[in-house]
Design a protein around this ligand. Sequence first.
Ligand SMILES: Cc1cc2nc3c(=O)[nH]c(=O)nc-3n(C[C@H](O)[C@H](O)[C@H](O)COP(=O)(O)OP(=O)(O)OC[C@H]3O[C@@H](n4cnc5c(N)ncnc54)[C@H](O)[C@@H]3O)c2cc1C
Ligand code: SF4
Ligand code: SF4
Length: 460
Amino acid sequence: MKSASLNSGATDGSLVDVVRGGYCVGCGACAAVADPPVAMKFDRFARYTPERVSAARGTASEQVCPFLAGPNEDVLAAQQFGELGGGHDARLGWYQGLYAGHALERRHRDEGSSGGLTSWLLAELLHRGLVTGVIHVRPLEENGRPRFAYTVSTSIDMVAANAKTRYYPVEMSEVMAHVRATPGRYVFVGVPCYVKAVRRLMRDDAVLKERIVYALSLFCGHMKSGRFAESLAWQMGAKPDDWKTVDFRRKLSDRPASSYGFAVQPHDGAAESVTPMGKLEGYDWGMGVFRLSACDYCDDVVGETADASFGDAWLPAYVNDSAGTSLVIVRHPELQQLFVEAGRDGRIALDASSVDDMVKSQDASFRHRRTGLAYRLWLKDKKGQWRPTKRVQADASHVVPIYRLIFRYRMFMSWSSHLVFAIARDMKMLPVYTLYVRVLARLNKSLVGLSRSPRFSRRG
Ligand SMILES: Cc1cc2nc3c(=O)[nH]c(=O)nc-3n(C[C@H](O)[C@H](O)[C@H](O)COP(=O)(O)OP(=O)(O)OC[C@H]3O[C@@H](n4cnc5c(N)ncnc54)[C@H](O)[C@@H]3O)c2cc1C
Ligand code: SF4
Ligand code: SF4
């Protein structure tokens, strides 16, 4: 793998290049600047995109976009944490502490996706008066779209009610307008590119800089369009637009933590239904159905610019505990102290972890976002198309032919899943989608099988 902070190949682009090129993740940062020239819309593929973008250069919106030129993750993280000492790893960024553990207080572990340490920390920050509001994601239970949105929680009960991972697009412009209008001390929670965008927003915005006192990240494999939720709910009998809410991460007590369930709550008061995710078409995270195309051009897996990052400890020592265990990378010294104290006082269970374990737990993501990204950037350069500057250099020389095929096939699976589901939805015929995904999965399995054979995995 070649990794570097500087890269040729790409040139500075504009918001139009980001949106037209399929690099927009829909974060809403460009619409979260003061007096925004753009507004976010939820499109027909259930993704957020900005409206009214222009090719104008040097605008505030352009400065904050995580896919445009400006300080990258290395620079932003060095500004935040570089002077603090501690450890550093090229894949995890700076760190004061690396842990695996779970919450013992309240019901954060039961109510969370993994060990509930994200919600535990958010509650602890509120409890100690270190923040007055938590910017995170809540379900919207009204009919229609979207189904989840950023919100501000101001009590521990609200934090608990809004726990759980939401594999669903959200945008930050509305909640940032609220933060601007409402004095307080806030903690922001987001996936890595959102935290990067918030760091960039805070650079030029004195109000946000003063009010957002911590930023936390979730590790991130990729983001799905809103159709992912619909596709799973539909397979369980709830037609699109005909359910109240879903839970992507229902813990199943008789299975490992990685074999979680999917739950659908219908609108009509009927009982909630729960199915192991592995029984639903499109569950395989490696296939990347409904993946946003921007995620194919991302090189931050753990949220290197965040004060603390949280992931799933699907490692041999923890995965068989169905109650769930969190991985935590702590970068901010005050948060490090909170974790150490709470571990010592028996309020959370905390084991020291290692760089190797953290990286091993996200092995597939690092492969996709290092080797795979280098190859995808090379493909873009070969076609002479604009693409964002990344910390990984465009390169195909290290990718054997079978992996080239796999990386291309993965892009095809994501791209085509959006289209085929739209057709199935218009025709009101779910099998159009499920049969298609079954065929995709079979071919994917064959390709992965071939890649493991010595005959195909050698350099050509
Ligand atoms: C799109 C996505 C992809 C992910 N991919 C990986 C991965 O590849 N590997 C991995 O180890 N972990 C991944 N995670 C993180 C993982 O699913 C858990 O969220 C994490 O381990 C924290 O668990 P917890 O029990 O500590 O969190 P909880 O206590 O359940 O709290 C989760 C917090 O995150 C907030 N939240 C949920 N969804 C979002 C969202 N979309 N945007 C912003 N805030 C949100 C909630 O409101 C809540 O405050 C991903 C999360 C998301 C949203
Ligand atoms: S990635 Fe975010 S900031 Fe960039 S264009 Fe899309 S919504 Fe705007
Ligand atoms: S994979 Fe990267 S670009 Fe996609 S949502 Fe996650 S952090 Fe953002």
